[in-house]
Design a binder for this molecule. Structure first.
Ligand SMILES: Cc1cc2nc3c(=O)[nH]c(=O)nc-3n(C[C@H](O)[C@H](O)[C@H](O)COP(=O)(O)OP(=O)(O)OC[C@H]3O[C@@H](n4cnc5c(N)ncnc54)[C@H](O)[C@@H]3O)c2cc1C
Length: 372
């Protein structure tokens, strides 16, 4: 199915077997409040590296997997079958970073969907830049070796434009303001603190690209991450559909398996149909990237894949809870976990509303016929 090559199938099978190793641990982790012990997490990271699943997006020359976009989708899809807290060890650092782990400090209290509203600043001072700003939701700050900090330039030819900087961690002037609790857990070291950057001095060499380039790096990252969000949503939906199908076949109510009731059949059938559509869309988008389609077309298609797959997974999770009845509301069941964890897929890396705005904008600029 889906015309996957021999190599694609090998990579997919490897990722699937890793996910299958993690799934039996989910309930224990969940009942411990989503906390994975540091030792256990390190063991899983080592296993992901051993299987060639870690940094699959990086070139082989720097120790990565050298995978195509489609192969990365296949890996992240399998990762999506596992609860977040355990699966977060299969990391994909941006291709231009190297092997160390990063975090992104872009969003602020007053700037989320509208990234241009950021108030963080970057001021040139001799051979350095001095960075100031307070960043929200900085995922994996606790585990990161670097932070990508986005601020607006306060002087020079590009005054008022965005620039991105690589900030080593720890660095004087960078501190956690507080670490709020969120709906999901992402494993031991991966939280989303609010982080203050106060007169943080970085050498000019740590400007990513050139002055005024800040947004283009963010766009590249968004495209990649949106496709990976779509991929993980496919895996989550696949897992939920498998769980709800077997439950519906076994659960007997009024003397019949609930899979024989039309209303339950509709929930099963709609879920699989929508997964098929989302998977076809996501794989096709990845193939387009591998074939080098126009970057603006890629941008719109990644938004379509993220929008549709995230919304689809949300609907599937909602139906899964319903099919499981009261059990669907219990923490020890996958339906409850995924229902909670999948909610963020419609919010981060650009909300569904923002994806729609991007798609519609490209439709008007390029014509819908070029995009789909
Ligand atoms: C768990 C988590 C992890 C995150 N990790 C990171 C991270 O590592 N680094 C980082 O920089 N950021 C991160 N974020 C931030 C995330 O990208 C933003 O939360 C997201 O982009 C939305 O921004 P906001 O929260 O400010 O919502 P807002 O922008 O305030 O949006 C509020 C509502 O208004 C709607 N809206 C806004 N603009 C429009 C529009 N033009 N048209 C229609 N509706 C609109 C939105 O869709 C939403 O429904 C994370 C967020 C979460 C929840």
């Amino acid at each position: 199915m889906y015309s996957l090559s021999e190599q694609d199938l090998v990579i997919q099978a490897r990722a699937r077997s890793f996910a299958d190793e993690l799934i039996p641990l989910e309930v224990e982790v969940e009942l411990a409040g989503g906390e994975v012990q540091a030792e256990q997490e390190a063991k899983h990271t080592a296993r992901a590296i051993e299987l060639g699943l870690y940094a699959s997006n990086m070139p082989k020359s720097v120790g990565g997997g050298g995978c195509t976009s489609l192969q990365q989708v296949l890996i992240q899809e399998q990762v999506g079958r596992v609860t977040n807290g355990l699966a977060w060890v299969v990391a994909t650092p941006p291709s231009w970073l190297g092997e160390r782990s990063e975090c992104y400090a872009i969003t602020e209290e007053g700037a989320g969907s509208d990234v241009d509203a950021i108030e963080a600043t970057a001021s040139r001072d001799g051979d350095d830049y001095v960075l100031n700003g307070v960043k929200w939701h900085v995922t994996s700050f606790n585990a990161a070796d670097y932070a990508f900090f986005q601020g607006k330039l306060t002087s020079g030819d590009h005054i008022g434009e965005h620039a991105m900087f690589l900030v080593d961690l720890p660095t004087p002037g960078v501190r956690i303001v507080r670490t709020p609790a969120y709906t999901h857990t992402l494993g031991h070291a991966h939280q989303h603190p609010i982080v203050a950057f106060e007169d943080v001095r970085v050498p000019a060499a740590q400007l990513v690209g050139a002055e005024g380039d800040g947004m283009s790096f963010a766009y590249e990252w968004f495209r990649f991450e949106r496709l990976m969000v779509a991929a993980r949503c496919l895996g989550a939906a696949e897992r939920l559909i498998a769980e709800m199908t077997s439950f519906a076949a076994e659960r007997v109510v009024s003397g019949r398996p609930i899979a024989e009731f039309g209303a339950v059949q509709a929930m099963l059938a709609d879920s699989l149909t929508e997964l098929f559509a989302a998977r076809s869309l996501t794989y096709e988008t990845a193939r387009g990237i591998d074939a080098g389609v126009d970057v603006k077309v890629q941008h719109a298609q990644c938004s379509m894949a993220k929008l549709y797959a995230a919304e689809m997974a949300g609907r599937v999770a909602d139906r899964a809870v319903q099919v499981f009845g009261g059990r669907g509301y219990m923490r020890e069941y996958a339906a409850e976990r995924f229902f909670r964890e999948l909610r963020v897929e419609r919010i981060w890396e650009g909300t569904s509303e923002v994806q729609r705005a991007i798609i519609a904008d490209q439709m008007v600029k390029r014509g819908p016929g070029r995009l789909a």
